[in-house]
Ligand binder design. Structure first.
Ligand code: GMT
Length: 413
């Protein structure tokens, strides 16, 4: 009764030890030499920012990173060792009303994976990148190349766009067909599981911040120019879409500036800008609200700001709020989606129900009620941002890639 199980036990022990050793070697090797394809939107927006910063961070650690996008990502500003950029060709033909981006993207993925010998493809934003990656994967199989796909869900790809019946079947299918899936917050994971029939495990890897870039640098000369009489500086950064509820930013600021000298910086651009400028004129706030458009060095403006405002209708994470916090700026925000995972109510700022502009104004005034209070909020915001440092989050992606690649190796052998 005792002998056979002992043999069995011994055999399994040896088997698992060997398996562990091989995995360890593979993981170690992949960690050293990974060649990673990154697909993202190159436009202003959190998913593109995160994807670019992740790629750059990985490249700094020695991985080879290949960006595959239709335009240079806006934070990919200068040459960096180990970073490559492959532009997706824009094929236009009079027959097409819209150029077939999915087809050219899939073809570019196939080309880069094959000729650069990539180990893994990481696509940011499910629509349409996850389904295109699946197509590329299938094509590559016919050429004898196996490529694992990691899909990162960023928010609107699920909450606004992906859920829509016009897209849902493809989004669900391609998430389930990804070899690894990550979401940028627990809230987004939950929302994805509620919206779709998901068979894959979704790993939450929070967004991160490069603290070497985002910190409270001394930009007093900017402060002097923007708030010459010591006005409090409020700031909003977004892509000016409806979901950001920018009218709430302005209405809330209107209440505040009636009580204390203050100025508001509106950074970014997008479809809502005209309407917001009109609202400023109506409220006679043109002197105190400045629309500065898209800014490359947003950290310099954050560094002189006192309060960041994010009253969004929906926000899977709120990377812009994290960037502000890393510059020591407390956040007044709504309480939706993943925001409470980032902005701690009463500590790093305040959170309120969507649309509660009076409460938001009251909270902002509370933060600014004394230098001591503002300082305490600043310190807490900074400490919270440090929990999301690039150094602590990036290894999670590396480990996840290694795990996915490792799984694939076993699948194919
Ligand atoms: O906020 C946007 O409209 C842009 C969007 C994107 O995909 O670029 O941002 C989403 O991804 C960011 C990075 O993960 C998150 O920080 C944002 O919260 C999320 N936006 C929404 O969920 C509305």
């Amino acid at each position: 009764m005792s002998k056979k199980p002992q043999h069995c036990c011994g055999f399994f022990c040896i088997y698992y030890c060997l398996k562990f050793a091989v995995s360890f070697l593979l993981i170690g090797q992949k960690n050293e030499f990974m060649k990673i394809g990154v697909v993202c939107y190159p436009t202003f927006g959190g998913s593109g920012v995160l994807a670019t910063e992740l790629g750059l961070g990985l490249a700094k650690k020695g991985h080879q990173v290949h960006f595959i996008t239709y335009r240079t990502p806006f934070r990919l500003t200068s040459f960096q060792e180990n970073v490559y950029y492959h532009e997706v060709n824009d094929l236009n033909y009079p027959l097409f009303e819209y150029a077939p981006y999915e087809t050219t993207l899939a073809s570019k993925m196939v080309d880069v994976v094959l000729h650069e010998g990539l180990d893994i493809l990481h696509v940011h934003y499910a629509v349409p990148h996850a389904s295109v990656a699946y197509m590329a994967k299938k094509i590559l199989l016919t050429k004898g190349k196996y490529i694992p796909i990691v899909t990162t869900l960023h928010g609107t790809d699920i909450t606004l766009v992906g859920k829509d019946p016009a897209m849902a079947p493809v989004v669900q299918f391609s998430i389930n067909k990804s070899d690894g899936v990550t979401a940028v917050s627990h809230a987004l994971k939950q929302e994805t599981l509620e919206a779709f029939d998901i068979k894959k495990d979704i790993q939450v890897i929070h967004n991160f911040i490069d603290l070497n870039r985002f910190n409270r640098q001394n930009k007093d000369h900017f402060k002097q120019a923007i708030a010459p009489n010591g006005e409090r500086i409020f700031i909003h950064v977004s892509n000016f879409r409806k979901v950001k509820r920018m009218e709430d930013v302005i209405q809330m600021f209107n209440i505040v500036q009636n009580q204390i000298p203050a100025t508001l910086l509106m950074i970014g651009d997008g479809p809502e800008r005209y309407k917001m400028e009109e609202l400023c004129r109506e409220l006679q706030l043109c002197e105190t609200i400045r629309f500065l458009g898209k800014q490359e060095a947003v950290e310099e403006l954050l560094a002189i700001s006192d309060v960041f405002v994010m009253p969004s209708e929906n926000e899977s994470f709120g990377l812009a709020a994290l960037e502000a916090m890393a510059c020591g700026v407390p956040v007044i925000s709504s309480n939706v989606g993943g925001i409470p995972e980032v902005n701690i109510d009463g500590e790093t700022g305040y959170i309120s129900d969507v649309g509660a502009v009076e409460e938001m104004a009251k909270n902002a005034l509370d933060i600014l009620s004394s230098e001591e209070k503002l300082d305490a909020f600043r310190k807490a915001a900074l400490a919270q941002a440090h929990r999301f440092s690039l150094e602590s989050i990036l290894p999670k992606y590396e480990a996840f890639y290694a795990e996915v690649i490792d799984k694939e190796v076993y699948k194919t052998t």
